[in-house]
Design a binder for this molecule. Sequence first.
Ligand SMILES: Cc1ncc(COP(=O)(O)O)c(C=O)c1O
Length: 423
Amino acid sequence: MNDQLKALEQIKAAEATLLLPTYERNPLLFVGGESVYLTDEHGDKYLDLLSGIGVNALGYAHPAIEQAIAAQSTKLIHTSNLFFHPGQAELALRLTEMSGLDRAFFCNSGTEAWEAALKIARAYAGMLRAEGKQIGTKFLAIENSFHGRTFGSVSTTHKAKYREPFAPTLPGVEFVRFNDVDDLRAKFSSEVCAILLEPIQGEGGIRPVSSEFLRAARDLTHSTGALLIADEIQSGLGRTGKWFAYQHYGIQPDITTVAKPLAGGLPLGAMLCTEAVSQAIHAGMHGTTFGGGPLACAVAIAVIDEIKSTSLLSHVTSIGGYFQQALSALQSRHRSIIDVRGKGLMLAAQLDSPELAKAVLAQLLARKIIINRTDETVLRFLPPFILQTEHVDSTIQAIDEILTEIEAAAGQQSQQAVAQGGR
Ligand SMILES: Cc1ncc(COP(=O)(O)O)c(C=O)c1O
């Protein structure tokens, strides 16, 4: 290791000239973690309610993950998809049972899982056309959506800032207004091969799709043979208290995608689909060098088995309910909180201005609590599933104090302005 690259300031300076500036990083250098806490270079502990953007569901230094990595890394890390290893079938057995779908394709990230979903949807529509059915190639995506950074993903992602610098994006995508059933019906036709949605929009501000909208999307797609594709990369694998957010609605999609917490922090994604949809793919049509490697699969199996054996889903439901209630109680004390929403441990408190959201975030960080801001005004909470009530209580107390201080300062300023105006 380079001795010049140990301290935060040295690393910051080196990155400024060596890396693409894709992120505005917070000025923190983490060197370790345990349970729901991260530890920085000075040994200071931070309560992490973001968990690596919804990845570290079991928190840090979890023994089940450490043991799975240790055991598998001494056996086999990579073989490519040209050969068999036991992990993919073993993991697919779990994911198909959890999702109610039939087959899995493994890849390395959320965006790759989404690309696989888009590609198989087009291939499936092609297969139906070859059978004489009338079905087009158009995707209906949803306003405010986020599906990742590769070309298919940005083309189906709504926000201009993610799409426009890379224009032209892929043709054949139309956006429907969020939760607007009339708009969905108006834009749906036999030209559509799939409706694409996040059951709970993540980057878009933790916005759950309405039951009516999801039902309409399912009924419309059933009427023509088009597919319903649910992006569960942020909401899936237990984050909402069920394995998949669509299970809260009792509606089954034809395809779903997962990634973030799947392999406990190692890169792994999966596209899951029905048997019928899988018929559109044959050997050589799609693939990946790394996807579904032995190490990532072994860890994913360990993560899922740990969630099951410790009944973490019901814990997510109860601690998530406790957290949401506490946020709602906070909302009743602070008018600047204009909405509280979400499910399980995918929660949001929307504030009345981006500046306030930024200030709250910065002050929480100063108090060693990590969350993030999405869609400008939304405080987003994606904590590890092992969160306990004391972590919720200390976070709520911190936000309460911060908002009270900010409100008092704003009150003083407006009193001064009134006094000066009266002179
Ligand atoms: C709903 C959703 N889809 C897709 C992605 C992209 O996943 P990744 O960053 O692993 O490519 C994300 C990432 O935040 C997401 O939240």
